[in-house]
Design a protein around this ligand. Sequence first.
Ligand code: FE2
Length: 323
Amino acid sequence: MARIIAGVTSSHVPAIGAAIDLKKTEEPYWKRVFSGFERSKEWMAKTKPDVVIAVYNDHASAFSVELIPTFALGCAAEFPPADEGWGPRPVPVVKGHPKLASHIAQSVILDEFDLTIVNKMEVDHGLTVPLNLMFGSPKEWPCPVIPLAVNVVVYPPPTGHRCFMLGRAIRKAVASYPEDLRVVIMGTGGMSHQISGPRAGLINSKFDKAYLDGLTKDPRKLTRIPHMEYMREAGAEGIEMVMWLIMRGALDDKVKEVYRFYTVPASNTAVGHIILENAPRATKSKRPPRAMRPAAKGAAKGAAKAKRAAAHEAKQDLVRSKR
Ligand SMILES: [Fe+2]
């Protein structure tokens, strides 16, 4: 059976992609950002997932105001990088996993999540920047990636609760896939930022850090944050964080936070990143089941008592024979 082993969140700031493509990662401004993902890349290289599900939002690259799917699942065999106005990013084509993606689509739609199936799609920085942050810049991405595009650009975006419940449905879908695959799910976007208007450049570290805490310990509380609160506290584009709740909904209630990184700013945006692991699946113990242990212990105790009684009886026989 397939299973989701871990979840990762990451910002997807376009300027991070530009810094990689223009080889500026060693410049002090960017080194501060990229150094925070060194441990993440090590974790990913060690974890070696078979498939990644990447929850992200399209920025008018594959979709436009003519077509606004709330949830769109990429079921194609591959997803080329989109031209976002200055040519496609020099990153590998994202290879999908059509079989697992189709299975997830069927499962979640029958679970009453009416997502859009996408069989042809280009992917923009929203997806490729987090892949760079977690995998570096390889010639080929090391595993298939299933894109899940969420509308957080045009009102109304889905609620945090809806996103969390979709994560739950994805978790169920993955668990019913027969092949033994280890899946990592990524939630991208955020954290606090606003790119236009009088509050452009807004960053709210207090809100962001509390959100990271909540993601690990009390995600259901986060699902109750209304859109207006995201707008007020985290800026107009802070609503991207609802996508993180899809990732979190796909994990166990209790998770292990293995890494966290937060820095400001990166191109006027707060960069937040967290890695959460599900507890490993229970393995069969060589010890007898707990319920059997007291009885076994009791039997051993009884045998020892009988042995002592027999020894005592033998000693008494000896004493009696000498009389
Ligand atoms: Fe974005």
